[in-house]
Design a protein around this ligand. Structure first.
Ligand SMILES: [Zn+2]
Length: 102
């Protein structure tokens, strides 16, 4: 069965180069490029996440060894723990994204 004009199937399998089929193919490629760059951006953010994670853990170690009032140290370390959880969530989301995209 031959696909309708204005579809990528007709462009690829039917080798049709009418305006409608070329437009469908262009739209497909544009969409694919957008998804590709979306994944690239997510990966870059992933690098940023690792950097942030290291910074937060270093800060946490400094706080743990500091002689600031106990309550203040706990408050700041709790905040760091919440940020680290957020980063883990973002990482898990990135893994999902990469599985779907591959
Ligand atoms: Zn066509």
């Amino acid at each position: 069965m031959t696909a309708n004009h204005g579809t990528r199937a007709r462009y690829v399998r039917g080798k049709c180069r009418c305006d409608a089929c070329r437009a469908a193919n262009t739209a497909y490629q544009r969409d694919r490029a957008r998804k590709y760059w979306g994944v690239r951006r997510a990966l870059t953010r992933g690098d940023d996440l690792d950097f942030l994670r290291r910074q937060l853990k270093a800060r946490d170690a400094v706080l743990a060894a500091s002689d600031l009032p106990r309550g203040e140290v706990r408050g700041r370390r709790d905040e760091i723990a919440r940020f680290l959880e957020l980063i883990d969530d973002a990482d898990a989301y990135r893994e999902q994204l990469l599985r779907v995209a591959s």
